[in-house]
Design a protein around this ligand. Sequence first.
Ligand SMILES: O=C(O)CCC(=O)C(=O)O
Length: 203
Amino acid sequence: MLDLFDDVPKPDIDWYPNCLTPAVAADSLRQLTDEVAWRQDWINTPRGRIPLPRLTAWQGDPDVVYVYSGIVNMPARWTPTVLALRRIVERVAVTRFNSVLLNRYRHGKDGMGWHADDEASLGQQPIIGSLSLGAARTFELRHNATGVMHRLRLTSGSLLVMRGRTQAEWKHRVPKAAGLAAERLNLTFRWIEPTQRTAAGRA
Ligand SMILES: O=C(O)CCC(=O)C(=O)O
């Protein structure tokens, strides 16, 4: 049958609504709230220096430094719950990750603006494994060339995998959610090319 919507652009994504059971998702949320060293980052804007509307943390293998929006993220060591979740996400996404950006949306006033995870250090066609815990939030993808939008409801325990040309051709965001009091954690697992290290005493 002719599908009238066949030519609507679609991002290269897979969504697993039940990647974690509700019990594992609830335990992970509790553990990560305490286990992770959450920090408040600030960015420079035309209106001056402002705090990011969320808390963040960066964990990864020792050489994996990630720079975005002028923020240099030196990797903290993998903590036990994050490592266990990484193994699950690697199995489902059938890939390896060496780092994770953790985002803590304390309430509906926290969010994330339009952007793509397209830094050169992520490679040409990055695979991003994005795991959600806690309050469900809307996730929007907007096609660069046409403005076509797709919306997903990222529920607790769900995994969104973005692949292929998704970062090159689309932007994504988590809009603010008026009146929402509950917290959400999001873990975006990534593969970053490790920085070149020069061993002491060698040219
Ligand atoms: O919180 C989310 O679902 C998205 C996070 C995100 O876009 C990012 O870390 O780049």
